[in-house]
Design a protein around this ligand. Sequence first.
Ligand code: ATP
Length: 453
Amino acid sequence: MNRSAPDPDRLLADLPEATGRLLAGVLAAAGRTGAELAWAGGGIRDLLRGEPPSNVDLVVVGDALPLARRLATDLDVPVKIHPRFGTATLELTDGSLLDLATARRERYAAPGALPEIEPSSLVDDLARRDFTANALALRLTPAPRLLLDPHRGWPDLRSGILRVLHRASFVDDPTRILRGVRFEARLGWRFEPETERLAREALSAGALAALSGDRLRRELRRTCENFERLSFVWDRFHGLGLLAGLDPELPTAYATDEAAVARVAAAARRLDFAGAGRPAPEPWLTALLAIAASMPVAARGRLDLRLDLDRTARRALLRGGAGAGFPRRLPAAGESAHVVTQAFTGLGSEELCLVAAAGDSASAWVTRYLTELSRIALRIGGEDLVATGLPSGPHVGEALRATLDARLDGRIGADDELAFALGVARRVLGAEREPGDRAAAGRTGARPWGAGA
Ligand code: ATP
């Protein structure tokens, strides 16, 4: 990279075509409203790094809303206005979003609280940013175009250094620590030593306590962008002292098995959830379950409350991850498919990653479950059995379950379902007349690993 800050016109000359067209539209609308306008945030950071910009975040001095409305009309796209914050989001035809915000000054009435804001200058707007490398803006109008860099962000950006703008930054807003870890993981950047010290200091003083569960969880999800860098992220959380801010027992649980996150992330990358038509596992939750597996149930309950988890995540966490609760016994290579399928049914994608992380045969079972077993469904239903003259009753359900097990185990094919089910149903009926002979009737056992509880 070049040592001196790049020339703004040169930066804009290299834009991808669609972004160039969008900016031309923005400038035409701004010309008509007379707005003072700059491009700031991640998109400029990308451009300065020589990458195509991931987004266009515009900052408007005065009031962003008239320009947002003008532009929405010009481009004939929907706009969402948030009058309280002076911000607007346009939904562009290619599905991307264009954010416009009124330049503002922020004041933190209490640590961790949302700041009080008032309209202000571009320079004040940059002063409220998280890191120097994120506090650059490219003024688009009025002419001349200028790269605004009041916090000397360019040298830090060039060197990949994350440096806060002031000493209270992390106390004001501890989500900035997680944002920093996200940039470390994604861009390979590093906290500058004093910034790292301030992060540790804020965390050990309990800064995270000021964040609501909802905010904390959202930021965690954002930080854990993918499985590739998941173990780096949680290693940094541990190293910075962030885990204790989530729960006092979490650092010990993490240290009990420091490779747990790496193992589960590797397992998740091998599994094809999309191909199986299932939701992709969420990296943040997968890591949390892997670590929390060795925590006592009371601590897991506390973690659930702290992060204000939704029902599905709570169930997975309380079920106990890979340790105390599920699975008590991992499926071995010679297990029968219907037993494994029963144990896996009802588990979330994250839990399946945990099972797969436990070893080769468990992983092979999860793959087989996703690609084959979870897709097997009976062609017949109870009505087909009753239509043959069989009386209805619990034996019908029992026969269908036994038939599904036989299909899963490959003992019968799809064409054999009706004959097999009728055979089972008749045996069950017969056994009911002769108590004590139920085992022979083809009943399947209880769930083997306590799954789906
Ligand atoms: P990404 O590429 O992940 O979207 P980004 O830097 O664009 O990264 P955003 O959350 O979209 O992330 O934020 C846009 C800009 O707003 C940031 O570059 C930063 O300048 C500023 N910003 C966002 N969140 C904070 C925060 N919590 N404290 C201070 N500044 C922030």
